[in-house]
Design a binder for this molecule. Structure first.
Ligand code: ATP
Ligand code: MG
Length: 212
C-alpha cells in the first residue's frame, strides 16, 4: 500500500568480517558501536575461510572459529553469523562476499556497511578490487589503538569518500595477543567472553604452535 514508505524497506546491514582466531571484545565492541551509531538493522559476522594473507598452518579450523563467533554473539539479538566464507572453497575476498550477499536482497533494498578496524582500512590497497568494494558498500573505519585516523586522508579520494570514520573506546586487544597468552599459559580472562575462553581450553587451541 502507499502508506508504506520506501524508507521502511531500506535495510542497513553491518558486515563484520574477520579471521576471529579467536573473536574478542575488540570485534564485539566495534560491531555494537557501529550498530547504534549508524542505526543498522543488524550486524552480520562473517568468519573468513582461509584468509588470503595468512597460511593454513597459522590459522585455526574454520569450524572452531565459527563456533567461537557463535558463542561470543549468541546473547546479542542484533548480531548474526554467516557461514558464507567458511563454506566456500579456497580463499575469500571481501569483494566476492559482498557481491554474493547483494543477491540475497531485492535490488536497491539494502545498504551494506563493512565494519573494519583502522589497521585493515589503511591496508585496503592490498585487497582485491578496492574500487569495486566501495561501489558495493560503505566502509566503517573504527578506531584501533596504534593507528592514527588522520592517515585516512592518505587513501585515494575514490576510496576515502566511502569511508565513515567511527571513534570507539580503544581496546588494545588482538587475537594475536590472545593466542600468545594462551601459549604462555597466561590469563585471557576479560579479553574475550568467557564461553570463548572455555572453548579455547576445551579444544586445546593455541598450544605449542609455530610462530606464536
Ligand atoms: P590478528 O591479531 O590475528 O590479526 P585481530 O585481533 O586483528 O587478529 P582480525 O580477525 O584480524 O582480528 O580482525 C577483524 C576485524 O576487526 C579487522 O577489521 C580489525 O581491524 C578489527 N579489529 C580487531 N581488533 C580490534 C580492536 N581491538 N579494536 C578495533 N577493531 C578491531
Ligand atoms: Mg588482524
Amino acid at each position: 500500500k502507499h502508506s508504506l514508505s520506501t524508507a521502511s524497506h531500506l535495510r542497513r546491514i553491518g558486515v563484520m568480517g574477520g579471521t576471529f582466531d579467536p573473536i574478542h571484545y575488540g570485534h564485539l565492541l566495534a560491531a555494537e558501536e557501529a550498530y547504534f551509531s549508524l542505526g543498522l538493522s543488524e550486524v552480520l559476522f562473517v568468519p573468513t575461510g582461509l584468509p588470503p594473507h595468512k597460511n593454513r598452518q597459522q590459522v585455526s579450523l574454520a569450524e572452531d572459529r565459527y563456533t567461537m563467533t557463535l558463542l561470543a554473539t549468541v546473547d546479542n539479538p542484533h548480531f548474526k553469523i554467516s557461514r558464507l566464507e567458511i563454506d566456500r572453497e579456497g580463499t575469500s575476498h571481501t569483494v566476492d562476499t559482498l557481491r554474493e550477499m547483494r543477491h540475497w536482497y531485492p535490488a536497491g533494498s539494502v545498504t551494506f556497511y563493512f565494519i573494519t578496524g583502522l589497521d585493515a582500512v589503511l591496508d585496503i590497497h592490498n585487497w582485491k578490487e578496492p574500487e569495486e568494494i566501495v561501489s558495493l558498500c560503505k566502509i566503517v573505519a573504527v578506531s584501533r589503538p596504534g593507528y592514527n585516523p588522520h592517515r585516512l586522508e592518505d587513501l585515494p579520494p575514490s576510496i576515502r569518500r566511502a569511508v565513515i570514520p567511527l571513534e570507539i573506546p580503544h581496546l588494545a586487544i588482538s587475537s594475536t595477543e590472545i593466542r600468545r597468552r594462551v601459549g604462555q599459559g597466561r590469563s585471557i580472562r576479560y579479553l574475550t567472553p568467557w564461553p570463548v575462553e572455555h572453548y579455547i581450553y576445551k579444544k586445546a587451541l593455541y598450544h605449542r604452535r609455530n610462530g606464536w
